[in-house]
Design a binder for this molecule. Sequence first.
Ligand SMILES: CC(C)(COP(=O)(O)OP(=O)(O)OC[C@H]1O[C@@H](n2cnc3c(N)ncnc32)[C@H](O)[C@@H]1OP(=O)(O)O)[C@@H](O)C(=O)NCCC(=O)NCCS
Length: 178
Amino acid sequence: MDLYLREINKNDKDEILSMISEINNSTDYEKFEGLSNIKKVDNDNFDDFLIELENNKNMKLYKPHLVDQSTFVLVDNNNHIYGGTNIRHELNDNLLRHGGNIGYLIRPSERGNGYATLMLKLTLEKCKELDIHKVLITCREENIASAKVIESNGGIYESSLYIEEKNATYRRYWINIK
Ligand SMILES: CC(C)(COP(=O)(O)OP(=O)(O)OC[C@H]1O[C@@H](n2cnc3c(N)ncnc32)[C@H](O)[C@@H]1OP(=O)(O)O)[C@@H](O)C(=O)NCCC(=O)NCCS
């Protein structure tokens, strides 16, 4: 089945809520790492979430201390959502330390099937469309799966940095997008 990235729309409510429920029921150490903006979505605020996603594309107008962000979900032709990715269009001091340009998450029931590796590849294509040609991607030192996803997509390891507020060490990788 063909999978592709697209923006979230009003018909995605049930799929997004079921993905959130899976994540909340998972044993992940930081449940929404990579896609933290879906954490607060519930049955009553989905329409507000869609407005927020639209506004986030011009985040700097609304929240000057943050950067513009685009969110996409990985879907099949039946509109089943496998996971999602956030693209930060530029880096601020915080993102430069950890967080980087791209965050991603695959819903627990779909992990281990290569979807994150595919989703990052498709996300890099979106970056190119957005005129972003060099990206920083970071992952926790213990997140072996995420490190493999980055390395499989050409990530060049630069350094590891201990982030006090997270009490975690992050591996930092760069990818040049041709
Ligand atoms: C990290 C995450 C995105 C990986 O998603 P996924 O779809 O399972 O990843 P893939 O199937 O593409 O697997 C990538 C590689 O990791 C390996 N892998 C998958 N799960 C693993 C695990 N639990 N431990 C070790 N390796 C693992 C796979 O075998 C594969 O290795 P390969 O490239 O050598 O074949 C997913 O586990 C997730 O959403 N975690 C929670 C959020 C998160 O950590 N996001 C990343 C923030 S930096």
